[in-house]
Design a protein. Structure first.
Length: 393
Protein backbone atom coordinates (compact mmCIF):
# COMPACT_ATOMS: atom_id res chain seq x y z
CA UNK A 1 0.00 0.00 0.00
CA UNK A 2 1.32 3.43 -0.87
CA UNK A 3 2.54 5.66 1.94
CA UNK A 4 0.36 8.75 2.41
CA UNK A 5 1.89 11.81 0.82
CA UNK A 6 0.95 15.44 0.60
CA UNK A 7 -0.37 16.88 -2.68
CA UNK A 8 2.03 18.66 -5.00
CA UNK A 9 2.18 22.37 -4.33
CA UNK A 10 3.18 25.25 -6.60
CA UNK A 11 4.24 28.03 -4.26
CA UNK A 12 3.14 31.60 -4.94
CA UNK A 13 6.04 34.08 -5.20
CA UNK A 14 5.22 35.57 -1.80
CA UNK A 15 5.48 32.11 -0.21
CA UNK A 16 8.80 31.14 -1.74
CA UNK A 17 11.75 30.85 0.60
CA UNK A 18 15.45 30.54 -0.08
CA UNK A 19 17.28 27.23 -0.18
CA UNK A 20 18.62 27.92 3.32
CA UNK A 21 15.08 27.39 4.63
CA UNK A 22 15.04 23.71 3.57
CA UNK A 23 15.34 21.47 6.62
CA UNK A 24 17.74 18.52 6.44
CA UNK A 25 18.00 15.87 5.25
CA UNK A 26 15.79 16.60 2.25
CA UNK A 27 15.60 15.42 -1.35
CA UNK A 28 15.94 18.44 -3.63
CA UNK A 29 15.51 18.85 -7.39
CA UNK A 30 17.39 21.59 -9.21
CA UNK A 31 14.52 22.54 -11.53
CA UNK A 32 16.72 24.49 -13.94
CA UNK A 33 19.05 21.51 -14.47
CA UNK A 34 16.08 19.14 -14.72
CA UNK A 35 14.44 21.32 -17.38
CA UNK A 36 17.63 21.33 -19.43
CA UNK A 37 17.86 17.52 -19.17
CA UNK A 38 14.21 17.22 -20.16
CA UNK A 39 14.66 19.38 -23.24
CA UNK A 40 17.89 17.73 -24.36
CA UNK A 41 16.33 14.27 -24.37
CA UNK A 42 13.16 15.48 -26.06
CA UNK A 43 15.25 17.19 -28.76
CA UNK A 44 17.33 14.03 -29.21
CA UNK A 45 14.26 11.85 -29.73
CA UNK A 46 12.76 14.26 -32.27
CA UNK A 47 16.04 14.61 -34.16
CA UNK A 48 16.46 10.83 -34.45
CA UNK A 49 12.82 10.09 -35.24
CA UNK A 50 12.24 7.77 -32.28
CA UNK A 51 9.47 7.70 -29.72
CA UNK A 52 10.32 8.54 -26.13
CA UNK A 53 8.63 6.62 -23.32
CA UNK A 54 10.63 7.52 -20.17
CA UNK A 55 10.77 5.16 -17.24
CA UNK A 56 8.72 6.80 -14.48
CA UNK A 57 9.87 4.25 -11.89
CA UNK A 58 12.77 6.66 -11.51
CA UNK A 59 10.82 9.69 -10.25
CA UNK A 60 7.49 8.01 -9.36
CA UNK A 61 5.71 11.33 -9.85
CA UNK A 62 2.61 11.92 -11.95
CA UNK A 63 3.52 15.59 -12.18
CA UNK A 64 6.93 14.85 -13.67
CA UNK A 65 5.48 12.21 -15.99
CA UNK A 66 3.01 14.75 -17.32
CA UNK A 67 5.87 17.22 -17.78
CA UNK A 68 7.76 14.64 -19.85
CA UNK A 69 4.70 14.02 -22.01
CA UNK A 70 4.17 17.73 -22.52
CA UNK A 71 7.75 17.83 -23.85
CA UNK A 72 6.96 15.12 -26.40
CA UNK A 73 7.03 11.72 -24.66
CA UNK A 74 4.32 9.34 -25.91
CA UNK A 75 3.74 7.92 -22.45
CA UNK A 76 5.75 6.42 -19.62
CA UNK A 77 6.96 3.07 -18.33
CA UNK A 78 6.69 1.58 -14.86
CA UNK A 79 7.67 -1.75 -13.35
CA UNK A 80 4.73 -2.36 -11.02
CA UNK A 81 0.94 -2.33 -11.36
CA UNK A 82 0.78 -0.15 -8.24
CA UNK A 83 3.06 2.40 -9.92
CA UNK A 84 0.74 2.43 -12.93
CA UNK A 85 -2.26 2.96 -10.63
CA UNK A 86 -0.59 5.91 -8.91
CA UNK A 87 0.30 7.60 -12.21
CA UNK A 88 -3.10 7.03 -13.81
CA UNK A 89 -4.70 8.52 -10.70
CA UNK A 90 -2.48 11.55 -11.34
CA UNK A 91 -3.67 11.98 -14.92
CA UNK A 92 -1.09 9.92 -16.86
CA UNK A 93 -3.11 7.96 -19.41
CA UNK A 94 -0.51 5.97 -21.40
CA UNK A 95 1.48 3.54 -19.27
CA UNK A 96 3.49 0.44 -20.14
CA UNK A 97 4.33 -2.00 -17.36
CA UNK A 98 7.72 -3.26 -18.52
CA UNK A 99 7.43 -6.39 -16.45
CA UNK A 100 5.70 -9.75 -16.32
CA UNK A 101 2.55 -9.94 -14.17
CA UNK A 102 1.26 -13.40 -13.31
CA UNK A 103 -0.99 -12.96 -10.23
CA UNK A 104 -4.67 -12.81 -11.22
CA UNK A 105 -5.53 -10.06 -8.69
CA UNK A 106 -2.82 -7.85 -10.19
CA UNK A 107 -4.05 -8.58 -13.70
CA UNK A 108 -7.57 -7.57 -12.67
CA UNK A 109 -6.16 -4.29 -11.37
CA UNK A 110 -4.39 -3.80 -14.69
CA UNK A 111 -7.62 -4.46 -16.58
CA UNK A 112 -9.40 -1.91 -14.38
CA UNK A 113 -6.78 0.65 -15.37
CA UNK A 114 -7.26 -0.18 -19.04
CA UNK A 115 -11.01 0.43 -18.67
CA UNK A 116 -10.29 3.71 -16.90
CA UNK A 117 -8.05 5.12 -19.65
CA UNK A 118 -9.61 3.47 -22.72
CA UNK A 119 -11.05 6.73 -24.09
CA UNK A 120 -7.80 8.68 -23.59
CA UNK A 121 -4.83 6.30 -23.62
CA UNK A 122 -3.53 2.75 -23.33
CA UNK A 123 -2.24 0.32 -20.75
CA UNK A 124 0.41 -2.21 -21.81
CA UNK A 125 2.16 -5.20 -20.30
CA UNK A 126 5.06 -7.50 -21.14
CA UNK A 127 4.80 -11.29 -21.40
CA UNK A 128 7.43 -13.98 -21.68
CA UNK A 129 5.43 -17.20 -21.23
CA UNK A 130 2.39 -18.91 -22.73
CA UNK A 131 0.91 -19.24 -19.25
CA UNK A 132 1.28 -15.49 -18.76
CA UNK A 133 -0.58 -14.88 -22.02
CA UNK A 134 -3.38 -17.29 -21.05
CA UNK A 135 -3.85 -15.61 -17.69
CA UNK A 136 -3.90 -12.16 -19.25
CA UNK A 137 -6.35 -13.32 -21.92
CA UNK A 138 -8.66 -14.81 -19.29
CA UNK A 139 -8.74 -11.54 -17.37
CA UNK A 140 -9.31 -9.58 -20.59
CA UNK A 141 -12.26 -11.82 -21.48
CA UNK A 142 -13.66 -11.46 -17.97
CA UNK A 143 -13.17 -7.69 -17.82
CA UNK A 144 -13.98 -6.57 -21.37
CA UNK A 145 -16.65 -9.09 -22.47
CA UNK A 146 -14.94 -9.85 -25.76
CA UNK A 147 -14.02 -6.27 -26.65
CA UNK A 148 -11.05 -6.64 -29.00
CA UNK A 149 -7.62 -5.14 -28.41
CA UNK A 150 -8.31 -4.02 -24.84
CA UNK A 151 -4.76 -4.42 -23.54
CA UNK A 152 -1.45 -3.77 -25.29
CA UNK A 153 0.98 -6.68 -25.13
CA UNK A 154 4.74 -6.71 -25.71
CA UNK A 155 6.77 -9.88 -26.12
CA UNK A 156 9.83 -9.52 -23.93
CA UNK A 157 12.93 -11.11 -25.40
CA UNK A 158 16.20 -11.71 -23.60
CA UNK A 159 18.74 -9.54 -25.41
CA UNK A 160 21.60 -10.15 -22.99
CA UNK A 161 20.52 -9.20 -19.50
CA UNK A 162 19.48 -12.78 -18.68
CA UNK A 163 16.64 -11.79 -16.39
CA UNK A 164 13.15 -11.98 -17.92
CA UNK A 165 12.35 -12.64 -21.57
CA UNK A 166 11.95 -15.49 -24.04
CA UNK A 167 14.79 -16.45 -26.31
CA UNK A 168 15.00 -14.46 -29.55
CA UNK A 169 13.61 -15.98 -32.73
CA UNK A 170 11.26 -19.00 -32.80
CA UNK A 171 10.31 -18.83 -29.11
CA UNK A 172 9.19 -15.22 -29.54
CA UNK A 173 7.21 -16.19 -32.66
CA UNK A 174 5.40 -18.93 -30.76
CA UNK A 175 4.49 -16.52 -28.00
CA UNK A 176 3.33 -13.89 -30.50
CA UNK A 177 0.97 -16.46 -32.00
CA UNK A 178 -0.48 -17.09 -28.54
CA UNK A 179 -1.19 -13.38 -28.15
CA UNK A 180 -2.70 -13.03 -31.62
CA UNK A 181 -5.10 -15.86 -30.85
CA UNK A 182 -6.65 -13.85 -27.98
CA UNK A 183 -9.28 -11.30 -29.06
CA UNK A 184 -8.91 -9.13 -25.96
CA UNK A 185 -5.20 -8.55 -26.50
CA UNK A 186 -3.37 -6.36 -29.01
CA UNK A 187 0.15 -7.41 -29.95
CA UNK A 188 2.07 -4.13 -30.14
CA UNK A 189 5.76 -4.89 -30.05
CA UNK A 190 8.89 -6.32 -28.53
CA UNK A 191 10.36 -5.35 -25.18
CA UNK A 192 14.14 -5.44 -25.70
CA UNK A 193 15.94 -3.90 -22.75
CA UNK A 194 19.62 -4.59 -22.13
CA UNK A 195 19.84 -3.47 -18.52
CA UNK A 196 23.25 -5.00 -18.04
CA UNK A 197 24.74 -2.55 -20.55
CA UNK A 198 23.63 0.60 -18.75
CA UNK A 199 26.56 0.88 -16.36
CA UNK A 200 29.31 -0.65 -18.42
CA UNK A 201 31.86 2.10 -17.99
CA UNK A 202 33.55 2.22 -21.37
CA UNK A 203 31.90 3.32 -24.58
CA UNK A 204 33.33 0.29 -26.35
CA UNK A 205 31.88 -2.18 -23.85
CA UNK A 206 28.42 -0.64 -24.20
CA UNK A 207 28.69 -0.64 -28.00
CA UNK A 208 29.55 -4.34 -27.98
CA UNK A 209 26.67 -5.21 -25.64
CA UNK A 210 24.10 -3.27 -27.66
CA UNK A 211 25.41 -4.74 -30.92
CA UNK A 212 24.67 -8.23 -29.53
CA UNK A 213 21.24 -7.06 -28.39
CA UNK A 214 20.51 -5.56 -31.81
CA UNK A 215 21.38 -8.83 -33.51
CA UNK A 216 18.92 -10.63 -31.22
CA UNK A 217 16.18 -8.15 -32.09
CA UNK A 218 16.87 -8.35 -35.83
CA UNK A 219 16.75 -12.16 -35.70
CA UNK A 220 13.41 -11.98 -33.90
CA UNK A 221 11.92 -9.41 -36.28
CA UNK A 222 13.00 -11.50 -39.27
CA UNK A 223 11.50 -14.63 -37.71
CA UNK A 224 8.24 -12.80 -37.04
CA UNK A 225 8.13 -11.39 -40.56
CA UNK A 226 8.65 -14.85 -42.04
CA UNK A 227 5.70 -16.01 -39.94
CA UNK A 228 3.57 -13.17 -41.31
CA UNK A 229 3.61 -11.22 -38.05
CA UNK A 230 4.38 -7.53 -37.89
CA UNK A 231 5.51 -4.88 -38.21
CA UNK A 232 5.99 -4.47 -34.46
CA UNK A 233 7.33 -1.68 -32.30
CA UNK A 234 10.66 -2.28 -30.57
CA UNK A 235 10.96 -0.57 -27.21
CA UNK A 236 13.83 -0.52 -24.73
CA UNK A 237 17.07 1.34 -23.98
CA UNK A 238 18.24 3.20 -20.91
CA UNK A 239 20.17 6.32 -20.01
CA UNK A 240 23.49 4.51 -20.41
CA UNK A 241 22.89 3.25 -23.94
CA UNK A 242 19.98 5.06 -25.64
CA UNK A 243 22.25 6.69 -28.23
CA UNK A 244 23.24 3.24 -29.48
CA UNK A 245 19.68 1.92 -29.67
CA UNK A 246 18.56 5.05 -31.51
CA UNK A 247 21.39 4.69 -34.03
CA UNK A 248 20.83 0.96 -34.58
CA UNK A 249 17.83 1.26 -36.88
CA UNK A 250 16.20 -1.46 -34.77
CA UNK A 251 14.66 0.29 -31.78
CA UNK A 252 11.99 2.91 -32.45
CA UNK A 253 11.07 3.70 -28.85
CA UNK A 254 13.40 4.66 -25.98
CA UNK A 255 12.73 3.99 -22.29
CA UNK A 256 15.55 5.99 -20.70
CA UNK A 257 14.52 7.49 -17.36
CA UNK A 258 17.49 8.49 -15.20
CA UNK A 259 18.55 11.22 -17.63
CA UNK A 260 16.02 13.54 -15.97
CA UNK A 261 17.91 13.57 -12.63
CA UNK A 262 21.21 11.76 -13.28
CA UNK A 263 22.97 10.11 -10.38
CA UNK A 264 26.53 9.53 -9.24
CA UNK A 265 26.72 6.06 -10.77
CA UNK A 266 25.73 7.16 -14.26
CA UNK A 267 28.26 9.97 -14.01
CA UNK A 268 30.98 7.31 -13.86
CA UNK A 269 30.21 6.14 -17.40
CA UNK A 270 32.48 7.27 -20.23
CA UNK A 271 30.25 9.52 -22.32
CA UNK A 272 29.52 8.86 -25.97
CA UNK A 273 30.70 11.96 -27.87
CA UNK A 274 27.36 12.36 -29.66
CA UNK A 275 25.26 11.82 -26.54
CA UNK A 276 23.51 14.82 -24.95
CA UNK A 277 25.23 16.05 -21.80
CA UNK A 278 22.93 15.59 -18.82
CA UNK A 279 23.43 17.40 -15.52
CA UNK A 280 22.96 16.29 -11.94
CA UNK A 281 19.54 17.54 -10.88
CA UNK A 282 18.79 15.42 -7.79
CA UNK A 283 20.48 16.14 -4.47
CA UNK A 284 20.17 15.30 -0.80
CA UNK A 285 20.58 18.47 1.20
CA UNK A 286 22.38 17.77 4.48
CA UNK A 287 23.96 19.67 7.35
CA UNK A 288 27.21 19.14 9.26
CA UNK A 289 26.21 18.28 12.84
CA UNK A 290 29.58 17.30 14.30
CA UNK A 291 33.26 17.91 13.54
CA UNK A 292 36.39 16.14 14.83
CA UNK A 293 40.02 16.55 13.89
CA UNK A 294 39.71 13.73 11.33
CA UNK A 295 36.22 14.05 9.88
CA UNK A 296 32.90 15.86 9.84
CA UNK A 297 29.52 14.22 10.33
CA UNK A 298 26.39 15.12 8.37
CA UNK A 299 22.77 14.24 9.13
CA UNK A 300 22.06 12.28 5.90
CA UNK A 301 22.56 8.57 6.44
CA UNK A 302 21.25 5.56 4.57
CA UNK A 303 17.63 6.36 5.40
CA UNK A 304 17.88 9.35 3.08
CA UNK A 305 19.64 7.79 0.08
CA UNK A 306 20.05 4.36 -1.49
CA UNK A 307 23.44 2.65 -1.45
CA UNK A 308 22.91 -0.24 -3.91
CA UNK A 309 24.98 1.60 -6.54
CA UNK A 310 27.48 3.02 -4.10
CA UNK A 311 27.61 5.86 -1.63
CA UNK A 312 26.73 9.40 -2.69
CA UNK A 313 29.29 11.86 -3.91
CA UNK A 314 29.59 15.33 -2.38
CA UNK A 315 29.10 18.45 -4.47
CA UNK A 316 32.22 20.55 -3.75
CA UNK A 317 31.67 23.70 -1.73
CA UNK A 318 34.09 25.41 -4.09
CA UNK A 319 36.94 24.33 -6.41
CA UNK A 320 39.59 22.42 -4.49
CA UNK A 321 37.31 21.71 -1.53
CA UNK A 322 36.51 18.10 -2.46
CA UNK A 323 35.04 15.80 0.18
CA UNK A 324 34.41 12.08 0.21
CA UNK A 325 31.34 10.55 1.87
CA UNK A 326 31.77 7.40 3.98
CA UNK A 327 29.31 5.09 5.71
CA UNK A 328 28.11 6.54 9.00
CA UNK A 329 25.00 4.38 9.44
CA UNK A 330 21.29 5.03 9.12
CA UNK A 331 21.28 8.66 10.22
CA UNK A 332 24.84 9.92 9.66
CA UNK A 333 27.44 10.31 6.94
CA UNK A 334 31.16 10.71 7.51
CA UNK A 335 32.93 13.38 5.48
CA UNK A 336 36.68 13.52 4.92
CA UNK A 337 38.89 15.72 2.74
CA UNK A 338 39.69 14.32 -0.71
CA UNK A 339 42.46 15.00 -3.22
CA UNK A 340 44.51 18.06 -2.39
CA UNK A 341 41.86 19.39 0.00
CA UNK A 342 42.86 19.41 3.67
CA UNK A 343 39.95 21.41 5.04
CA UNK A 344 36.83 20.03 6.68
CA UNK A 345 33.46 21.76 6.44
CA UNK A 346 32.42 23.84 9.43
CA UNK A 347 29.86 22.87 12.03
CA UNK A 348 26.44 23.84 10.70
CA UNK A 349 27.62 23.94 7.06
CA UNK A 350 25.00 22.93 4.48
CA UNK A 351 26.15 20.39 1.87
CA UNK A 352 24.66 18.72 -1.19
CA UNK A 353 24.99 14.97 -1.84
CA UNK A 354 24.57 13.37 -5.28
CA UNK A 355 22.84 9.99 -4.72
CA UNK A 356 24.50 6.88 -6.13
CA UNK A 357 21.18 5.62 -7.55
CA UNK A 358 18.26 7.99 -8.07
CA UNK A 359 15.38 5.45 -8.37
CA UNK A 360 15.50 3.84 -4.89
CA UNK A 361 16.59 7.14 -3.35
CA UNK A 362 13.39 8.81 -4.54
CA UNK A 363 11.42 5.89 -3.11
CA UNK A 364 12.64 6.83 0.37
CA UNK A 365 10.95 10.24 0.27
CA UNK A 366 7.34 11.46 0.28
CA UNK A 367 8.13 14.52 -1.78
CA UNK A 368 10.79 16.33 -3.78
CA UNK A 369 11.59 19.97 -3.08
CA UNK A 370 11.92 21.83 -6.37
CA UNK A 371 14.44 24.69 -6.31
CA UNK A 372 14.73 27.36 -8.99
CA UNK A 373 17.77 29.63 -9.41
CA UNK A 374 20.50 27.29 -8.20
CA UNK A 375 21.41 25.43 -5.04
CA UNK A 376 23.19 28.34 -3.39
CA UNK A 377 21.08 31.40 -4.18
CA UNK A 378 17.83 29.86 -5.41
CA UNK A 379 14.37 29.61 -3.91
CA UNK A 380 11.87 26.82 -3.31
CA UNK A 381 9.36 26.90 -6.18
CA UNK A 382 7.52 23.58 -5.91
CA UNK A 383 6.84 20.68 -3.60
CA UNK A 384 6.50 17.63 -5.89
CA UNK A 385 4.64 14.59 -4.62
CA UNK A 386 6.21 11.15 -5.01
CA UNK A 387 2.91 9.52 -5.93
CA UNK A 388 4.19 5.97 -6.33
CA UNK A 389 6.40 5.82 -3.24
CA UNK A 390 6.19 2.31 -1.82
CA UNK A 391 4.22 1.05 -4.83
CA UNK A 392 5.69 -2.44 -4.76
CA UNK A 393 2.84 -4.69 -5.96
Amino acid sequence: MNAPVEPSVDLAPAQRQGVDSIDTPALVVDLDAMDRNLQRMADFARKHGVRLRPHAKMHKSAELARLQMQAGAVGVCVQKVAEAEALVAGGVMDVLVTNEVIALPKLRRLAALARQVQAKGRIGLCVDSAEGVRRLAAIAAESFSGTPDSLDVYIEIDVGQHRCGVQPGPAAVALAREVLACSGLRLVGLQAYQGGAQHLRSVQARREAIAVAADAVRFTLTSLQQAGIGPLRVTGAGTGSFLLEAASGVWNELQAGSYLFMDADYAENEREPAQPAFEHALFVKTQVVSVTAQHAVCDAGHKSHAIDSGLPSVLPLEPGRDLVYANGGDEHGLLRPAGSNRQLPALGQMLWLIPGHCDPTVNLHNHLIGVRGGLRQGHVERIIRVDARGALT
